[in-house]
Design a protein around this ligand. Sequence first.
Ligand SMILES: Cc1cc2nc3c(=O)[nH]c(=O)nc-3n(C[C@H](O)[C@H](O)[C@H](O)COP(=O)(O)OP(=O)(O)OC[C@H]3O[C@@H](n4cnc5c(N)ncnc54)[C@H](O)[C@@H]3O)c2cc1C
Length: 448
Amino acid sequence: MEVVVIGGGLAGLVFSLEALKTGHRIVLLEKEDTPGGLLKTESENGYVFDTGGSHIIFSREPYKLNYLLNIVGRKNLLRHRRDTRIYYKGRFIKYPFENGIYMLPPRERYEILKSVIETYANRVKGLLDEPKNFEEWIYYVFGNAIAEKYLVPYNKKIWKRDLKEISLEWVKGRVPLPPINDVLKSAVGIPTEGYRHQLNFYYPLEGGIYTLVENLLNRLSSNKNFRLITGVNVEQIYKQGDIVFVNTGDREFKGDVVVSTAPLPQTLNYIDKRYARKLDNFDYNSLLVIGIGTRFKALPYHWIYFPQNSIVFHRLAILSNYSPKMAPKNGTTFLAEISIPPGEQINTDKLERRVIEDILSLGIIKESDVVQTKSWFWKYAYIVYRQRYSETTKLAKRYLLEHCVITLGRFGSWTYINMDETAYRARMTARNLKSTFRLYRREKGLEG
Ligand SMILES: Cc1cc2nc3c(=O)[nH]c(=O)nc-3n(C[C@H](O)[C@H](O)[C@H](O)COP(=O)(O)OP(=O)(O)OC[C@H]3O[C@@H](n4cnc5c(N)ncnc54)[C@H](O)[C@@H]3O)c2cc1C
């Protein structure tokens, strides 16, 4: 089949690689000059920044993990045991919070323990109402103390929404339930680990997270059935008979099927603006990533979460602890992440200044140590699961399939997925492309 792929991020590249193996021909259209989507890396004076925010390689499923590790190449991989913190009342508490309780003063430990036990007992006795939204779920599972000290303020900061507006669908399978035993152990000072599927993670020794993209492009470039066209922004998709046309303003491409990894609401827009407006339930947050390069080594952690509003970023990653090649010798590469609700006007210069001041306020660097600052804005970063999330996305995907458009990727499928799942779904879609398409045509009575 002739396939037009929209978007050269991880989803588009993995899909292309796998679809070529089953004999399809691919034209991949990417609007930026460099493919990679969120997985881009830039280097300035020896400071290496992953411009789409901190990215580590991990997975619950070994086969999904191995696929990504093989793309990077085993010789260029570092394996880390996560050392991640939450900045809370001037202390760097071990993450997840419920596993770091032992680092809190006795009164706070007592408050948390009491609230966790009471909530647990009430839940088991059936005295608590079933949660109906994300905020209620936090209180229902963790109790008031952990909710109010960390989870609610942190989530409000990253989601920039009333947490009651966020659907429970977001939580399913994503936010791990804390084993009561871990909380008890942690409160009395016995160290435990939570969020275990991410306890060990991988990162390229050289090249930052873009290594994944670079290696995928190397594998694709030698295939004569693959064509990559960069700097072309898809604006319209339409069908004539059995052929789908993709218009990029001054050029037109055609295929039997289109695979779009562009954000789902945008893909709808390329076909029918009125229908896209009708399904207007696609909420998201943007992201400003601010990279700071400093002299001297600062802090031994991989990344730190900041629940308090007095600090502008919700997360600060220390990329030079992911790989020593991410900073000059004795330097530190920081990456601060600030989530931005859609449409909010931002002043990047002011925010860069604010990030530096906030890092200075932690007392870990001096102003004169800062040698490099740069920022990158990403319109689509976090999908916000509103109520009626499933209903809307299902309708949208069904509508697109009727126009021979298959959606894929984090924003294409409008699902909060990481690289492991993004790559896995891209592979499966490529492998099953013919049968999915035939089944669809048969259902529609287009094929006997
Ligand atoms: C802050 C942050 C941190 C993350 N951390 C991790 C992590 O630690 N580990 C992990 O596994 N995952 C992580 N992820 C998730 C990971 O980034 C994604 O799963 C993955 O990069 C998604 O790839 P994609 O191809 O679906 O999307 P994208 O990377 O967005 O690629 C889509 C591509 O389509 C192009 N495009 C869009 N519209 C058009 C158009 N009209 N015409 C042509 N081209 C178009 C874009 O330019 C882009 O190149 C993180 C995500 C974020 C936001």
